[in-house]
Design a protein around this ligand. Structure first.
Ligand SMILES: [Cu+2]
Length: 358
């Protein structure tokens, strides 16, 4: 524009290109954190993907369809047709959602198969109960998988539906959603992997194993709560990108229900708890790099990382039940499906009450 080649920029074209790059760049970290989940299944359990071909196919679906989800940023923009919005965000985007659900099924499924092969074969969930919950490499990733799927995934599909988007567009629900995908999904996964990398790559013993064990729980679970109350406040309509939700002193002030203020207060408290979790992470990791006992090449330390050995020596002859290799994971997937359907239809009901047609 300054050298006179372009006369004017159509804001809609600008926004479409902006989000085509802006949303797509988020997929780099999503692909990385999903890869970390696969890596940690192998590191903590010696697990292999249930079907490598299906997992590769899911990554291909990301490449083909995740970028189209960029359109969800434009759902409230005038000038784009409803058809264009719906085709992008409510048809093509679901192929990307399918990919995430495949990863979300096959990674815990691979963990279950590996655990069952080691003999943790009782009932639906012995494999999960006897998982190394004291190992931050595993606990962080598992908290990440559940939070990314249940909080980030379900809310993402709701938001991507053109009509339902009108309930929460540009409210504080939006940061509630993306803290579930990016902080619980990506940040927590990256944190978990560093607990493995510090002894293996940087050859240092962790300085404070008990703090390292606590950290994913404190950070992850406070972020669960943070996202839930933020999405709750957004459902009531609290706007984002404004320092004063009540617009005090404005000519058209708005009275929020008390619950909106309460939930925004809880966002602050949960945020402080998460910051403490983040500070512990920095202390443990940077501290281990600086002051952790040096591990000589090839010499394993008794304290290595807080990873207890989980594998019993006996290998089960058969495992699984009713024709399922991973029945516990299948059960978890059904819980996910029911939550998904309920939440989706509750929001349609809510929309119908906000916007009466008669
Ligand atoms: Cu986006």
């Amino acid at each position: 524009m300054s050298i006179g080649l372009v006369k004017e920029v159509d804001p809609l074209v600008y926004r479409t290109i902006w989000w085509a790059f802006g949303h797509s760049s988020q997929q780099i970290n999503v692909a990385a954190h999903i890869s970390i989940w696969y890596a940690v299944a192998a590191i903590a359990f010696g697990a292999k993907p249930m079907s490598e071909r299906v997992s590769r196919g899911a990554f291909l679906l990301y490449i083909l369809f995740l970028q189209l989800a960029s359109a969800h940023h434009l759902l409230a923009d005038p000038g784009l047709s409803t058809n264009w919005k719906v085709v992008n965000t409510s048809y093509f985007m679901y192929f990307a959602v399918l990919a995430s659900m495949i990863h979300g099924l096959t990674i815990p499924g691979a963990m279950e198969v590996a655990q069952r092969a080691k003999g943790f074969n009782k009932g639906l969930f012995e494999w999960l109960r006897k998982a190394p919950w004291g190992n931050p490499v595993f606990s962080g990733v598992f908290i990440s998988i559940i939070g990314f799927g249940f909080l980030g995934g379900i809310s993402g599909v709701m938001m991507g539906t053109e009509q339902l988007n009108m309930i929460i567009h540009n409210t504080i629900y939006v940061p509630g959603h993306f803290h579930a995908t990016v902080v619980i999904g990506t940040t927590l996964s990256f944190m978990s992997l560093t607990y493995f990398l510090i002894p293996v790559l940087f050859r240092r013993e962790m300085i404070s194993p008990s703090l390292a064990k606590l950290q994913p729980y404190l950070f992850g679970l406070s972020m669960y709560f943070f996202c839930l109350v933020m999405m709750g406040a957004g459902t009531l309509g609290v706007s984002r990108r404004h320092w004063d939700m009540a617009f005090n002193g404005a000519a058209l002030a708005y009275e929020w229900p008390g619950a909106a203020y309460l939930m925004m207060g809880l966002v602050g408290i949960a945020g402080i708890a998460a910051i403490v979790g983040g500070a512990i992470y920095i202390y443990v990791t940077v501290g281990s790099l600086l002051w952790g006992r040096k591990l000589d090449a090839g010499a394993p330390s008794a304290k290595f990382t807080p990873i207890p050995l989980t594998a019993p020596t006996v290998t089960a002859q058969t495992y699984g039940s009713a024709g399922f290799a991973a029945p516990g994971t299948f059960m978890l997937a059904m819980v996910f499906l029911v939550s998904f359907i309920l939440y989706y239809f509750i929001n349609w009901k809510y929309l119908s009450q906000l916007w009466g047609l008669s």
